[in-house]
Design a protein around this ligand. Structure first.
Ligand code: COI
Length: 368
């Protein structure tokens, strides 16, 4: 079964790049893409104004945006984004994973940031367009993919603080290997005791650049302490685990999986939702609930917590070996990856790369 969405795709005009990278240069990048460092030859753009709505959908050469310095996004951070991957299957076909969830989350993020909502079918069509333009950029090796980054900015030239009446939507694409430079090895994470990511009524559930900007200083602290990611607690009590800088978190306790509930301050991750489903399919009990740092410490000490992992589109599923803070550490930095973590990871990627049956109809074909 494959995902079907009634699509009345907008007509995209297409202006091919006059200076695409040569096949040799592209192949050199695809052999070792890293994450987020290289970009394809084209991008998608759609404009929006209060009067005309969404219009002028187009594929154009990848390149710098011309913006007025007074554009609202540059001053008040009225911006949202998404992250998905395009996977090339063994038969050459190109697919993405649950893009309807990204499309709807993009709409929820837009609402929260007072930006216009892009129709789901336009979002889906924009993914097909970028893949059609830059199909040669989709890596074939290992667990490589083409990372798709849809985003929207407020580009009205106006310094008053109110929702902009002009916006622009774009999709750029970047060939991607593992998010963490060490590949799929257990990472240590740093508990931020000083900073929060989101508060009640804030923008924590929206995928907006501002949330990520706020995570950068604590992320720097994490790196200075030898950790790959920062972990945030809830802003109100400072006791409950919230999420990492750019990923959700899961705890494995025997045949039980616990993940913080999406209380309005946590991003409703597509990978998070898929892990919950795959775990339930295996008969594991999944609890979405408050999880305190004390429960984490006690669980590690008593051996009740057998594995911890992070998940997100970019990081897929990444084992967490240890959590560290200014004066504590639980878990061992050199702990091996857990069995449940790695088998869920295998199952998820097998579905994404077409090696296992897509029993939930999560795949969406981009190249037909
Ligand atoms: C993703 O997982 O796609 C994200 O947007 C998170 C970011 C840290 C790359």
């Amino acid at each position: 079964m494959t995902l079907t969405v009634a699509a009345a795709a907008p007509a995209f005009s297409r202006l091919p790049s006059s200076s695409p990278l040569s096949a040799e240069e592209r192949d050199a990048i695809l052999a070792e893409p890293g994450f987020g460092r290289h970009f394809t030859d084209h991008m998608v753009a759609i404009d929006w104004t209060e009067d005309a709505g969404w219009h002028d959908a187009r594929v154009q050469p990848y390149g710098p945006l011309q913006m007025d310095p007074a554009s609202a996004v540059l001053h008040y951070a009225q911006e949202i984004f998404e992250g998905l991957k395009a996977y090339r299957h063994a038969d050459g076909s190109v697919w993405t994973f649950r893009p309807d969830m990204n499309a709807r989350r993009f709409q929820r993020s837009a609402r929260r940031l007072a930006l216009p909502e892009l129709p789901v079918e336009d979002f889906l069509a924009s993914l097909s367009e970028i893949v059609a333009a830059d199909a040669a950029w989709i890596p074939t090796g290992g667990e490589h993919s083409l990372y798709l980054r849809p985003f929207m900015i407020a580009n009205e030239t106006f310094l008053g603080v109110r929702p902009a009446c002009r916006a622009a939507y774009f999709v750029i694409a970047s060939p991607a290997g593992p998010y963490f430079s060490g590949g799929v090895t257990p990472v240590s994470i740093w508990l931020s005791t000083e900073f929060s990511r989101a508060g009640r009524g804030g923008t924590g559930a929206a995928k907006c650049g501002g949330n990520y900007a706020a995570s950068l200083l604590p992320q720097e602290e994490a790196a200075a302490n030898g950790c790959s990611q920062v972990l945030f607690l809830d802003a109100e009590s400072g006791r409950h685990v919230d999420e990492l800088g750019g990923m959700n978190v899961f705890f494995v306790m025997g045949d039980r999986l616990v993940t913080p509930a999406t209380s309005g301050s946590i991003l409703e991750g597509v990978t998070r939702d898929s892990v919950i489903q795959l775990a339930r399919d295996r008969g594991l009990v999944v609890q979405e609930r408050d999880f305190t740092l004390d429960e984490w410490r006690d669980g590690v000490e008593s051996g009740r917590i057998t594995e911890v992992f992070a998940c997100g589109t970019a990081a897929v599923i990444t084992p967490i070996a240890q959590v560290k803070g200014p004066d504590f550490a639980f878990g061992e930095a050199d702990a091996p990856a857990g069995e449940v973590t790695m088998s869920l990871r295998q199952e998820l990627t097998d579905i994404q790369y077409g090696r296992a049956e897509d029993r939930h109809g999560w795949l969406y074909r981009l190249d037909s």
